[in-house]
Design a binder for this molecule. Structure first.
Ligand code: SF4
Ligand code: SF4
Length: 348
């Protein structure tokens, strides 16, 4: 597989990486197998996180004896020294390695968090010591908020930026990506399929592969999924007329009512996880019903969303002028109806 230079890390990485969220959903044997098949296909950039439950451990098992073939990227969401030290120790242990190629600060989407991690006595100091000790080779950051991401790039402290990018959430092409190029910061693409909202994989990846220096890391659960993307990469990356028309159709359909997960609408006085709720229908379509409707995670979020007082604070803050109240109500209805059908089917 062709390689690209990941910004000033200088690491040469494949044009396609592996996102380690979905392997939490399958058995350990299946997870180890899918990671190994990805490596066999040349997908040797493996991204995971301390917060992805079993993901690091499973990747660690899959790369046993093959550590030199892969680039391992992981993340910590901790905002303090002690937490970060603990996460780093855990990551090394679970991954079964004595170094991490790319260690990322996870989900830095507000200015306060950015300031906290950059405090000279804060978590960045721990990471810099670990770099000196050879436990970490490169330092990156992940964000969902474009102004915070730009500030992080300009700080000069991060060698990579991971940010959502796809043909619907295409704003990074205008300013964040050029800024990363200017500062020689590697650009890693999260949500290449817009969190599951885009089901035309060919168009989604042809769009991204137009940018020769970005590294998409789709979440992979089954080998056939990565094979499909590798096939796209091996063929002509030029979009056909029909594909361009379809992309436009999807932009028209989703564009005006599509949540970018920027979280500008927060805080909500009712503590409703708005951006999560905007994808409740996708979760219904993509997640196994027995997990979705029996775990508290989504069910609690939907219960909270049902308590929306319609104050409208969120809509005033949404830069995309989404009719959030109306969309939330639709999502709640969709989820509850699907849950009722599931309960009737299973007799629960
Ligand atoms: S309208 Fe609903 S979701 Fe929006 S801020 Fe008010 S309570 Fe929260
Ligand atoms: S509803 Fe609007 S402000 Fe809130 S996360 Fe989605 S796009 Fe951003």
């Amino acid at each position: 597989m062709d390689k690209i230079r990941l910004g000033r890390t200088g690491m040469m990485v494949p044009r396609l990486g592996f996102g380690g969220i979905p392997i939490q959903r399958i058995s350990e044997d299946e997870a180890v197998e899918v990671v190994r098949r990805c490596i066999d296909l040349g997908v040797t950039f493996l991204d995971t996180a301390n917060g992805y439950t079993t993901s690091e451990e499973r990747i660690g098992k899959a790369v046993k004896g093959r550590r030199d073939e892969v680039v391992i990227a992981t993340k910590s969401g901790s905002r303090n020294r002690e937490g970060l030290e603990k996460h780093l120790r855990l990551s090394l242990e679970r991954l079964g390695t004595d170094y991490i190629d790319l260690f990322q600060f996870h989900g830095i989407s507000d200015f306060k968090s950015l300031e906290t991690i950059l405090d000279p006595k804060g978590p960045m100091a721990v990471v810099e010591d670990a770099v000196k000790a050879g436990m970490i080779r490169h330092v990156g950051i992940t964000s969902h908020q474009i102004d915070v991401a730009k500030e992080a790039v300009m700080s000069g402290r991060f060698e990579t930026m991971m940010f959502p990018f796809n043909f619907i959430t295409c704003e990074p092409a205008e300013d964040l990506l050029p800024l990363c190029r200017e500062h020689d910061v590697g650009f890693i693409v999260m949500k290449p399929l817009a969190g599951g909202a885009l089901d035309n994989v060919t168009i989604a990846f042809k769009y991204l592969f137009q940018f020769p220096d970005v590294l998409p890391i789709p979440g992979i659960e089954r080998t056939h999924e990565i094979k499909e993307i590798v096939r796209i990469l091996e063929g002509s990356l030029e979009m056909t007329g029909a594909e361009l028309r379809e992309m436009q159709r999807m932009r028209d359909e989703l564009g005006t009512r599509f949540c970018r997960r920027c979280d500008y609408c927060q805080p909500c006085p009712q503590e409703i996880p708005i951006s999560l709720m905007m994808f409740a229908d996708t979760a219904v379509k993509r997640m196994p019903a027995e997990r979705l409707f029996t775990s508290r995670f989504f069910v609690d979020a939907v219960d909270k969303a049902a308590s929306c007082t319609e104050c409208g604070d969120c809509e005033e803050k949404c830069p995309y002028e989404l009719p959030i109240r109306e969309m939330l109500a639709e999502q709640v209805r969709y989820f509850q109806e699907a849950k009722e059908r599931y309960e009737q089917r299973t007799g629960e």
